[in-house]
Write a protein that binds this ligand. Structure first.
Ligand code: CA
Ligand code: ZN
Length: 300
């Protein structure tokens, strides 16, 4: 069965108190219609930045109640399709992003997206559509959608893209899953504070995974197995991403910490997802072919 979640059904925080807007069954498909991260408020490059309603930032469409998902389970979200609107928007300015302290004015840029390219400055950038905000409700806290964490949220990880499986912890009955903040393109780091922010329609399917203690959030794609971690600073996020992957290696392959340190230092790729959100996000990737050689199986 496929259900559609309209863009008017949004939340600004992931919370156990959010009322679900739809219920899906294990195995169902859902289409999430999403605003861009400014809730489509920006219509022109001349728009008054201060005139935006900053309460309406980073909406996530949802949440959806997934039948059968219980605390302690994992929710596997297969991202089947990301269909983009015909243009996106970018902004930066004082106190925003890595260079914010040297910026003296706010800038808005409208970015047409056509035929797989974002028309940008004087060149055409190949798009890499990805989902910035995606997650389940935390167990006992309300976390603004702009903040990433163990529940998911604003991870701004470019591996969360078409074809990928995102694995999230289930913290409350039904998971209360939502997503938003799609980017047509974004580079690792998201240094200027945004990607090409764009409205979208995202098709995902759900599967509840029981009996696994994996250190979610994780991503499995055609090439890689990935652990994602968000912490107050980059050092902490890097450390957590490495430990999370080591945990996965221990659970799946019985690898002890010395072996995983040696393995990850040669076969692991540590990469920055973003450095501009209230917590910073880092991922540790291992090649999927090595995981499979060790006996890891993932049912597509
Ligand atoms: Ca974001
Ligand atoms: Zn965004």
């Amino acid at each position: 069965m496929t259900v559609t979640i309209p863009k008017e059904s949004i939340v600004y925080a992931m919370s156990p108190d959010n009322a679900p807007v739809k219920t899906v069954k294990d195995g169902d498909t859902a289409v999430f219609i999403t605003y861009d991260c400014f809730e489509n408020q920006i219509l022109s490059e001349q728009q008054d930045f201060g005139g935006l309603n900053w309460e309406r930032i980073n909406p996530a469409t949802g949440p959806v109640f997934v039948e059968g998902a219980e605390p302690g389970d994992l929710l596997v979200v297969h991202i089947q399709k990301i269909q983009l609107a015909d243009h996106g928007v970018m902004t930066t300015g004082p106190d925003l992003g890595v260079m914010g302290k040297s910026l003296d004015k706010n800038t808005i840029r409208m970015v047409p997206v056509k035929d797989g390219k974002a028309i940008f400055q004087d060149f055409e950038l190949p798009i890499n559509p990805m989902i910035g905000v995606i997650g389940n409700a935390p167990a006992d806290a309300s976390v603004p959608c702009g903040t990433p964490g163990q529940h998911g949220g604003n991870m701004d990880c470019k591996r969360i893209t078409e074809g990928a499986y995102l694995i999230l912890p289930v913290n409350v009955p039904g998971a209360l899953f939502g997503l938003g903040d799609v980017h047509a393109a974004m580079g690792d780091g998201e240094v200027g504070v945004c990607g090409v922010e764009i409205a979208a329609e995202v098709t995902v399917s759900f599967k509840v995974l029981k009996g696994k203690q994996w250190p979610a959030p994780m991503v499995i794609d055609a090439e890689r197995v990935i652990a994602i971690a968000s912490e107050e600073d980059l050092d902490g996020a890097a450390e957590s991403a490495v430990y999370n992957m080591a945990k996965f290696l221990e659970l799946e392959f019985g690898m002890d910490k010395s072996e995983s340190a040696l393995f990850l230092t040669v076969a692991g790729q540590l990469a920055i997802c973003q450095v501009v959100d209230p917590k910073k996000t880092v991922r540790m990737e291992i090649p999927r072919w090595i995981a499979e050689k060790k006996g890891f199986r993932w049912e597509e």
